[in-house]
Design a protein around this ligand. Structure first.
Ligand code: NAD
Length: 260
């Protein structure tokens, strides 16, 4: 990754998936710029960025087009060109991440879609305009976009749309030699995951029933992120790649797993 420059969006703290991917890229010599949502998180992100030699740390609320424009204009002013983009952002009102999906009101649906799906399209457009050929964009999704998962509700619907947007953008940007992929990560306890009902039960269920009989780690996802953002995956685009200790292949409960 020496000589490559990437924008990482979605670090909230050192348990963020974005941070794991950033670390893996920095360890291989990438130069990084970070964006954060709101000054409270900015205070956490700045020392993390410094620890990997980055002094480009910019606010960007992805629900605001003007903020996205300003952030990418500033990155373009400093760097000119970029080589990769990490979008590890999702949000839905946690009031609706429990109970029945069918009860989701219109405004909660639209906000979840806006921040968790459309924001990737919005930032990809700005990033593509300043991306070198051979560039790579990566977002994060979850199996709840492919299958029903308890409590995931409107986020599952948003992730399904996000995964579709990955395929459409892969086709749009492929002729410019820019790749677009998603990692579908297994459950990891992060700030965002904390808002999902019964998340500890989901973690335990995955641990017992995944083929590898463990939960995925931040390092697992970081390593796969590095693969997608580097030339090691130069022929891969439009993919939703599961990094979940194999849980996505499971058809029924592991008969050897204890009841929980
Ligand atoms: P996290 O809380 O560390 O990161 C979520 C980030 O989204 C935060 O940095 C937050 O500031 C940002 N964000 C939310 N609304 C925003 C807005 N309007 N503008 C800018 N940023 C905004 O949690 P995480 O688990 O690392 O989440 C990263 C991504 O990974 C999300 O898309 C999430 O859905 C996905 N994911 C998480 C898991 C898991 O189990 N943790 C599994 C699969 C996929």
């Amino acid at each position: 990754m020496h000589g490559k420059r990437g924008v990482v969006m979605g670090v909230a703290n050192d348990r963020s998936i974005a941070w794991a991917i950033a670390n893996a890229c920095a360890a291989q010599g990438a130069e990084l710029a970070f964006t954060y949502q709101g000054e409270a998180l900015g205070k956490r992100v700045r020392p993390l960025a410094e620890s990997v030699g980055s002094d480009i740390v910019l606010p960007c609320d992805v629900s605001d087009d003007a903020a996205i424009d300003a952030t990418f204009a500033e990155i373009e002013r400093i760097w000119g060109k970029i080589d990769f983009l990490v979008h590890a952002i999702g949000w839905a009102d946690k009031q609706f991440l429990r109970g029945r999906y069918v009860d989701t009101p219109r405004d909660a649906f639209l906000t979840a879609m806006d921040i968790s799906c459309y924001s990737f399209t919005a930032v990809a457009k700005r990033a593509a305009a300043m991306m070198n050929p051979g560039g790579s964009m990566l977002t994060l999704t979850y199996l709840g976009g492919e299958r029903w998962m308890p409590h995931y509700n409107v986020m599952g619907v948003a992730k399904a749309a996000l995964e579709a947007s990955v395929r459409y953008m892969a086709a749009d940007l492929g002729p410019d030699n820019i790749r677009v992929n998603a990692i579908s990560a297994g459950p990891i306890m992060t700030l965002a995951a904390n808002g999902i009902g019964d998340f500890r039960y989901i973690l335990r269920w995955n641990q017992l029933n995944a083929p590898m009989e463990r939960n995925v780690t931040l390092d697992d996802v970081g390593g796969s992120g590095l693969y997608f953002l580097s030339s090691l995956s130069s022929g891969v685009t439009g993919e939703t790649h599961h990094v979940d200790c194999g849980y996505h292949i499971v058809g029924m409960k592991n008969p050897n797993a204890p009841d929980i």
